[in-house]
Design a protein around this ligand. Structure first.
Ligand code: CO8
Length: 261
C-alpha cells in the first residue's frame, strides 16, 4: 500500500509506520491521520505482524496538529464533524489495537504529536526527544488526550505546568516522570526500538493481548478490580496452546515455538 504522508513496511513481524512530512515537521494533517489509522488497522489484521512501531524518524516525531490546515475550522465544523483528525482514524485505531503499539520518538513530540505517542502502549525516547503540549501558545488546548493521558502518566503538577505554560519536557525528565519507558542515544533509536518490537512480536500473541488489557486496566480501575481481572486473565492463559508450549519448552531446555493459539 502506498501512502502520501507516511511510510509503512513489515519487517520480521513488526509493522513499522514512519510519519513522513519532513518539511512540516511531520505535522498531523488529516491525510496523515487517516493514513496512520489505515496502516494500524491493516497491521491489526495482518497475521505476519505481531507488534506495531510508530516513529517520525531520527529528527522529529511530530510538531502537532497541522496548524495551517486547522486554522480556519469553526466550532460548528469541529463539533458536527467530530473533528476529522481526532475522529476514528488514527486515535481510535491506536487506542483499540490489540497488538502492542510502540512509539519511537526523536526530537519534538508536540501537541497532537505528544498525544499520539501517549496513545501508544509505551514510548522509547531518543536523548533528543522533547515532549510538550504547547497548544496554549496558539490560543487553544490539547484535544486528543493531552490533558488526560499526560496527567495520568506524569501526575497533576507536571501536566498542569506543561499544558498551562507550554513548557517542554526533555527525554531525561520524561523518563524520570514515567512518560517514557527508556532513553537511547538518538543514533540508536531506530535499531533499539525495532529490536524491542521484534522481541515482542516473537511472543505469544494471545498472551500479549491479555497483558495489554491488564496493564491498561490498572490505569482506570481500583486495585481490587484490577487484581481480580488479572487473576482471571492469568488463569485464562492456561487455555492457550502457547502457554503449554512455553512451559514445556522451558522444562525441556529448548526455545518455545509459539503458534499464537
Ligand atoms: N503545523 C503546521 N506546520 C508546522 C507545524 C505545525 N504544528 N510545526 C512546524 N511546522 C512547519 C513550519 O511552519 C515550517 O514550515 P515552513 O518552512 O514552510 O515555514 C517548518 O515546519 C519548520 O518549522 P519552524 O521553522 O518553525 O522550525 P523551528 O525549528 O524554528 O521550530 C517548532 C520548531 C518549535 C516545533 C515550531 O515549528 C513550533 O512551535 N511548531 C508548532 C508547535 C505547536 O504549537 N504544536 C501544537 C499544534 S496544535 C495541536 O497539536 C492540537 C492537537 C489537538 C488534537 C489534534 C490531533 C491531530
Amino acid at each position: 500500500m502506498s501512502y502520501e504522508c507516511i511510510l509503512s513496511e513489515v519487517k520480521d513481524g513488526v509493522g513499522i509506520i514512519t510519519l513522513n512530512r519532513p518539511k512540516a515537521m511531520n505535522a498531523l494533517n488529516s491525510t496523515l491521520c487517516r493514513e496512520v489509522g489505515e496502516a494500524v488497522d491493516g497491521f491489526e489484521v495482518d497475521d505476519s505482524v505481531g507488534c506495531i512501531l510508530i516513529t517520525g524518524g531520527d529528527q522529529v516525531f511530530a510538531a502537532g496538529a497541522d496548524i495551517k490546515e486547522m486554522k480556519d475550522q469553526t466550532f460548528a465544523d469541529l463539533y458536527a464533524k467530530n473533528f476529522p483528525y481526532i475522529q476514528r482514524d488514527c486515535w481510535r485505531a491506536i487506542d483499540e489495537a490489540r497488538k502492542p503499539v510502540i512509539a519511537a520518538v526523536a526530537g519534538f513530540a508536540l501537541g497532537g504529536g505528544c498525544e499520539m505517542t501517549m496513545a501508544c502502549d509505551f514510548i522509547i525516547a531518543a536523548d533528543s526527544a522533547k515532549f510538550g503540549q504547547p497548544e496554549i501558545g496558539i490560543g487553544t488546548m490539547p484535544g486528543a488526550g493531552g490533558t488526560q493521558r499526560l496527567t495520568k502518566a506524569v501526575g497533576k503538577a507536571k501536566a498542569m505546568e506543561m499544558c498551562l505554560s507550554g513548557r517542554m519536557m526533555g527525554a531525561e525528565e520524561a523518563e524520570r516522570a514515567g512518560l517514557v519507558s527508556r532513553i537511547v542515544p538518538a543514533e540508536e533509536l531506530a535499531e533499539q526500538s525495532f529490536k524491542t518490537a521484534r522481541k515482542i512480536a516473537s511472543m505469544s500473541r494471545p498472551a500479549l493481548t491479555l497483558i495489554k488489557e491488564c496493564v491498561d486496566m490498572a490505569v482506570g480501575s481500583s486495585l481490587d478490580d484490577g487484581l481480580r481481572f488479572e487473576r482471571r486473565a492469568f488463569e485464562a492463559t492456561f487455555a492457550f496452546e502457547d502457554c503449554s508450549e512455553g512451559m514445556n519448552a522451558f522444562a525441556e531446555k529448548r526455545k518455545p515455538e509459539f503458534k499464537n493459539r
